[in-house]
Design a protein around this ligand. Structure first.
Ligand SMILES: *[C@@H]1O[C@H](CO)[C@@H](O)[C@H](O)[C@H]1NC(C)=O
Ligand SMILES: *[C@@H]1O[C@H](CO)[C@@H](O)[C@H](O)[C@H]1NC(C)=O
Ligand SMILES: *[C@@H]1O[C@H](CO)[C@@H](O)[C@H](O)[C@H]1NC(C)=O
Ligand SMILES: *[C@@H]1O[C@H](CO)[C@@H](O)[C@H](O)[C@H]1NC(C)=O
Ligand SMILES: *[C@@H]1O[C@H](CO)[C@@H](O)[C@H](O)[C@H]1NC(C)=O
Length: 560
């Protein structure tokens, strides 16, 4: 009786915890979209946005937040690799180049399997380490020249940005599109680590393999880079002691995603979900595209982003499956944004399943009435058109967000990085099917297209997620609000002070894991329980021994 009571008592803090966690989640998701009326006269005003990767997909979400802050009277500067990415679409933001743009154009050319994907990640890291010093100095000089008060860093390969902020004692806000790196959970993984996105239904061995073996392999494989990076950091007088477990220290981490697409988990207050970040305005359809899409009822839109393309063999298979899909009336039109794929990356003649031969040059020169090849496309406008029924893409976060926002089901062919994980997330959300570069097959593509277009489930899930994406797309204003709060707060509490932003840091980070989760108490209780059991067992053995062989027998046998 007593035992049962004490177990219940132990459970109370856990139950309370559960209740509060749930309340907390709903509190975070409440959106403050109305104009906040705060006195901005004495708030520090200069904000730097930094991205080492540069490129549309990394820079665009930053510029969307920067634009809101510019409208509120802040001076915003973007420092990114490449030259004036998107500067015509975002004139309010001053842009400075961090160096040459990062091309990943040829990533898919030799085909990619999981091992190669890993290598692609490694070469990115290498690039980051090699250019660390140059990048660090550039960030530092801009921060000093423009008297920057807060630094907003894209997380990917951008250690220099965060290090400069911490060294110069400036608050730093980090933006990333997946939670895996910033708040890892033992039940959520990524195909980059060779594991499923969710370990919910995996065996104990699989959970062990992912959580220990795979994580260890990954950390080990990157250890050279980590060491080189830390060496560079020492040379630049970066204090390595301030780096926390995730490898960086930030005042606030913003996640450009939303639960529904991302798998649910709890988050501490200094990590906030603010995605999907979408622009206010998008370029409209060109007259040519508008005519094409209006003239077809079931259009497939194909785009693998601005960075990726694949082999001649695979490209030809893709083109062949589009022609056959039209012939089989699965779709009636295709718009393919061939941005990075040169037109000679196709076999000159395509042989269809029924034996017909087709010259690919005819199609690539737009002589096919139902296939439109374009070099630049206003992606959002195409997806937003009611006749666009399916989006064939590479699983980039930006494309996935736009597709979810417009309720367009997806066929995903991931190339690298977070795309494998995004593909799995979209499939598990019930709005997509995924393909593999290594096993591309025309019939498989046709079957998947057909069922994505026919299945009622897919339609329903797309409609459901569309609403969720729309509601959540307002949260870029919340991101701007939070940045304003940090600046506001920094004018009252010294940034170096331990009390700065203490309101967002749960006690557990100060208490340590053992105390925060009462592990010390459990250890004592288990100790006590084991001692009691031990005493009982010893007594029992003595007692049994006494019954079986009373001491007189014992002595007899010894004499024998
Ligand atoms: C796609 O390209 C890669 C690399 O050439 C190749 O290994 C793979 O077999 C190709 N897929 C198909 C189905 O042709
Ligand atoms: C991931 O899960 C799916 C089904 O839940 C399973 O078919 C697949 O083999 C799993 N993948 C890995 C890498 O464990
Ligand atoms: C695991 O199994 C449960 C029960 O069948 C199901 O509700 C849940 O969706 C599954 N999770 C995953 C990630 O497949
Ligand atoms: C998307 O389409 C709807 C109507 O289908 C229209 O009202 C809306 O303005 C479009 N959005 C953009 C950004 O083009
Ligand atoms: C999809 O939604 C409709 C109503 O909007 C409902 O009648 C139908 O049963 C749903 N289909 C599935 C497969 O859940």
């Amino acid at each position: 009786m007593i035992k049962r009571k004490s177990i219940l008592l132990l459970l109370v803090p856990f139950l309370l915890n559960l209740v509060f966690c749930v309340n907390f989640i709903t509190a975070v998701q409440n959106d403050i979209s109305k104009r906040v009326d705060i006195d901005r006269s004495n708030i520090p005003k200069n904000i730097l946005f930094g991205s080492f990767m540069g490129g549309r997909s990394h820079v665009k979400p930053m510029l969307d937040i920067a634009t809101i802050l510019a409208e509120r009277g802040y001076n915003v500067i973007l420092l990114a690799s490449g030259n004036n990415v998107l500067s015509s679409e975002y004139p309010a933001v001053k842009q400075i180049s961090l160096g040459p743009g990062m091309g990943m154009k040829n990533l898919g050319k030799d085909g990619i399997d999981e091992e190669q994907d890993y290598n692609a990640m490694k070469s990115l890291w290498e690039m980051g380490v090699i250019s660390y010093k140059r990048t660090y100095e550039k960030y530092k000089s801009v921060v000093e020249d423009y008297n920057i008060d807060l630094i907003f860093c894209d997380l990917l390969i951008n250690e220099a940005c965060i290090d400069v902020a911490n060294t110069l004692k400036k608050p730093v806000v980090v933006l990333v599109s997946a939670l895996q790196i910033v708040d890892p959970k033992p039940y959520k993984f990524d195909p980059i680590l060779g594991c499923n996105i969710s370990l919910e239904n995996e065996s104990i061995w699989e959970r062990f393999r992912c959580n220990f073996i795979q994580v260890f392999r990954y950390v080990y494989s990157l250890s050279d880079f980590t060491n080189q990076l830390n060496e560079m950091r020492k040379q630049m007088n970066v204090d390595l002691g301030q780096l926390t477990l995730g490898g960086f220290k930030a005042s606030l981490v913003l996640i450009d995603t939303f639960f529904g697409f991302e798998l649910p988990q709890t988050l501490p207050p200094y990590i906030q979900e603010i995605g999907p970040i979408l622009s206010e305005e998008y370029p409209p359809l060109t007259p040519e595209l508008s005519d094409f899409i209006n003239g077809h009822e079931r259009v497939l839109y194909v785009s693998f982003g601005t960075l990726y393309s694949t082999t001649t063999d695979n490209n030809s298979k893709l083109l062949q499956s589009f022609i056959e899909a039209i012939n089989k009336k699965i779709i009636d039109g295709v718009v393919w944004a061939l941005v990075e794929t040169p037109k000679d990356y196709f076999y000159p003649t395509l042989k269809l399943s029924d034996g017909t031969q087709i010259q690919s040059s005819q199609i690539l020169n737009n002589e096919h009435p139902h296939i439109h090849i374009a070099e630049f496309v206003p992606q959002f406008a195409i997806l937003n058109h009611t006749n666009t029924k399916l989006f064939f893409n590479h699983g980039g976060a930006g494309s996935a967000h736009e597709s979810l926002y417009t309720g367009t089901p997806m066929l995903v062919l991931p190339f690298a990085g977070d795309q494998m994980g995004n593909a799995q997330k979209l499939v598990s959300a019930g709005v997509a099917s995924s393909l593999k570069l290594t096993t591309l097959d025309v019939n498989d593509i046709l079957n998947k297209m057909d069922s994505l277009l026919k299945e009622e489930n897919v339609k329903n899930n797309s409609e459901r997620l569309k609403v969720l994406a729309k509601i959540n797309s307002k949260r870029k204003y919340r991101a701007a609000d939070l940045i304003e709060y940090i600046l506001h707060s920094s004018s009252f509490v010294e940034y170096v002070d331990d009390d700065f932003l203490k309101e967002w840091v749960p006690a557990e980070t100060r208490m340590g894991f053992i105390r925060a989760y009462n592990l010390d108490i459990y250890a004592i209780l288990i100790g006590i329980a084991l001692s009691i059991i031990g005493i009982i067992v010893v007594k029992l053995i003595k007692f049994i021994g006494f019954i079986i062989s009373p001491s007189s027998d014992d002595q007899k046998s010894k004499k024998d």
